[in-house]
Design a protein around this ligand. Structure first.
Ligand code: KG4
Ligand code: ZN
Length: 387
């Protein structure tokens, strides 16, 4: 069974997204990737409200579908495969996308594949152009620093070590081949994105916290260079930096920010405290990056990987992208560094379609045939594990 166009749907959290990808054995291209964000709506509540997210997905899905098909310039009859995130995520939100996908798959009599959200984030790294019968790193991938070992013509070679950093996950995933995942380390408490969001809440910076904290951190690093003398040196811990495993912990770091902030607020006049907020952000971000980079490098050495990758919402963080890239190019030999384009770091459906494409290529004809029953059998799972 061959498919030409994949429709992909993502509704695991607060982004309603539908994408159309053109897929063949040798090529994968994103024809459209429409994302409708609900961030403003949830910001009023200081976090994502699951039932509110679900209601918005129901309202948005038909409009987003129309736009995605329109931009791709195709109709329903051109679709060969439907793919949808079926976990992990917020159950009310997941169910809206899943039921929408099931209705389409039933009505159009098409195969339906469920994709793991993190698998999607990882596969955002594989979306691109093609030459020499292989998937290539394409212009979709942003490369700010030519010192990084990213070249447009380099293939993505296995084994890959992917540092997954999002609002719900912090994991080191070893991939010896496509769709084979071994989690060699993960956070024992908060995910790093969650820590960014909680620190933003402590510092009254709004929701989501990651972009706000990193923007303020950037202003601090410029100021730090200019100022030689500092009245108050903010120093935060680097949890588990020297532990022998590849696990992480970010809850203590967030609590350290809470105590430091309390102390500074009590000790200093409000204006002086205000001036130090960017520095708190800078030190927090650097503490998180130090641990992430150090563990990733150690794991990459141990498993002798050929590629280090970054994935998930926090992979939008400029400093993390830069510092991990520099560490890989300076300390690891013959290891490529691959990062997703910034337009693909957050939740989006193109990454789901990319994962579906690779899954489809590996499926037997029987499995392909069975996926036509997906509209009956596919289930959502808030805690879905990566197979
Ligand atoms: O992957 P994602 O969009 O959703 C989940 O799957 O969780 O990740 C969202 C997370 C949020 O915690 C957000 O604060 C964080 O990614 N984030 C960032 C940045 N942009 C988004 N964290 C640090 N720096 C950023 N620039
Ligand atoms: Zn995500």
């Amino acid at each position: 069974m061959s498919i030409n166009h994949i429709l992909a749907i993502e509704t695991s959290c607060d982004e309603t997204s539908i994408a159309v990808l053109e897929s063949s054995k040798k090529e994968l291209r994103v024809l459209s990737n429409v994302i409708s964000s609900q961030i403003k709506l949830h910001a009023e509540w200081g976090g994502v409200v699951p039932n509110l997210a679900a209601r918005e997905h129901v309202k948005n899905l038909p409009k987003v579908l129309e736009k995605a098909l329109g931009e791709a310039k195709i109709g329903f009859s051109d679709l060969g495969l439907i793919s949808v995130v079926n976990g992990p995520g917020l159950i009310p939100a997941l169910l809206t996308g899943l039921n929408f996908a099931k209705t389409l798959a039933y009505k159009l009599d098409k195969p339906l594949l469920g994709i793991h959200h993190i698998e999607g984030h990882i596969y955002a790294n594989f979306i691109g152009g093609i030459s020499n019968d292989e998937f290539q790193i394409s212009k979709h991938r942003s490369v700010q620093n030519s010192k990084f070992k990213i070249q447009n013509s380099t293939n993505i070679k296995f084994p890959i070590l992917c540092l997954v950093v999002s609002g719900g996950h912090t994991q080191l995933v070893l991939m010896k081949d496509h769709l084979r995942y071994e989690i060699i380390g993960q956070t024992l408490d908060d995910a790093v994105g969650e820590a960014f969001d909680k620190v933003a809440r402590i510092l009254d910076l709004g929701f989501p916290g990651g972009p706000a904290v990193s923007a303020l951190a950037e202003t601090a690093s410029e100021k730090l260079k200019a100022e030689s003398e500092k009245k108050y040196k903010i120093k935060l811990p680097r949890p588990m930096l020297n532990s022998k495993d590849f696990n992480f912990s970010f809850s203590g770091l967030k609590t350290a920010v809470l105590y430091e902030t309390k102390k500074l607020k009590e000790k200093l006049p409000a204006t002086d405290y205000g001036l130090l907020v960017p520095e708190i952000c800078h030190e927090f971000q650097q503490a998180a990056i130090d641990v992430l980079v150090s563990k990733t490098l150690k794991a990459a050495e141990k498993y002798e990987v050929k590629t280090v990758m970054l994935a998930g919402g926090v992979s939008a963080n400029k400093e993390l992208r830069k510092q991990l890239g520099l560490a890989v190019s300076e300390l690891l030999h013959d290891t490529s560094y691959i990062i997703p384009d910034t337009s693909l770091t957050g939740d989006n459906a193109a990454m789901i379609g990319a994962a579906a494409h690779f899954r489809w290529q590996k499926m037997s004809e029987d499995e392909k045939e069975n996926s036509k029953n997906g509209w009956k059998t596919l289930q959502a799972n808030a805690n879905l594990k990566m197979a």
